[in-house]
Write a protein that binds this ligand. Structure first.
Ligand code: AMP
Length: 214
């Protein structure tokens, strides 16, 4: 391993649970038990590599502005962030899910301008514009599934994994906007300045992803 110091921003929560085994397979192991600690920055078994554990929606910001050299972020978060301020060299093939529209079960298509509730407002706006559909967006940060039954929106755009959350709230998935998985993102300046160290880590992670798929 070459000698540049590297900070890697990880997304906490369910993505982290799938990230740590891949990192371990790539030879990067946190010095403390991340799940049991309230720290945000962790040393690893590699002296020059540190891990930050933060909210997914903050990972692109830390990487774009160079506070972290690399990051692990869901494609949903990357699309919503909508920047070309970093590279995306590797699909980790973890935390797979779908970004979908969802509506009340068995409801017939509505005429006119739909009201759509979502936290993915930029992505939804782009998607409906591509479809040539006029919509009114309502930004919500949580409990989206309640919006149709409470009359706040006609439809929602949200992440679907098993579909149980939609089902439990009387909704069904309709249109697939895109499939999602977690990606490695890399700060552009770091890619130049710390090229060798970053390429080494990305290559090891790529091998770990391939081994997990085999
Ligand atoms: P499910 O009931 O299995 O369809 O899960 C749907 C909910 O879980 C969504 O509302 C998301 O908030 C969350 N979720 C599922 N998979 C992911 C993922 N890979 N990344 C982020 N959130 C997810």
């Amino acid at each position: 391993m070459s000698t540049s110091n590297l900070v890697i921003a990880l997304t906490k929560g369910r993505i982290l649970e799938e990230t740590l085994p891949l990192f371990a397979a790539a030879g990067i192991v946190p010095a403390d038990d991340i799940a049991k600690s309230r720290k945000l920055l962790f040393d690893t078994n590699l002296e020059q590599v540190k891990l930050m554990v933060i909210r997914g929606s903050d990972v692109p910001t830390y990487v774009e502005f160079g506070s972290a050299d690399l990051g692990v972020a869901g494609k949903d978060v990357i699309l919503e962030y909508g920047s070309e301020g970093f590279y995306e060299p590797l699909d980790l093939q973890i935390a797979k899910c779908r970004l979908m529209t969802a509506e009340p079960k068995r409801r017939k298509p509505l005429q006119g301008r739909l009201r759509v509730a979502t936290k993915f407002t930029h992505t939804a706006k782009r998607y409906f514009a591509e479809q040539g559909k006029q919509i009114e967006l309502i930004k919500l940060n949580g409990a989206l599934e309640l919006a149709p039954s409470l009359g706040l929106a006609d439809s929602i755009v949200d992440i679907v994994d098993t579909g149980k959350t939609l089902e439990a709230n009387g909704l069904e998935p309709r249109e697939l906007i895109t499939t999602i998985s977690s990606r490695i993102i890399v700060n552009k300046a770091s890619m130049k300045i710390k090229n060798r160290a970053i390429r080494e880590i990305v290559a090891k992670l790529r091998a770990a992803v391939e081994a997990a798929a085999a």
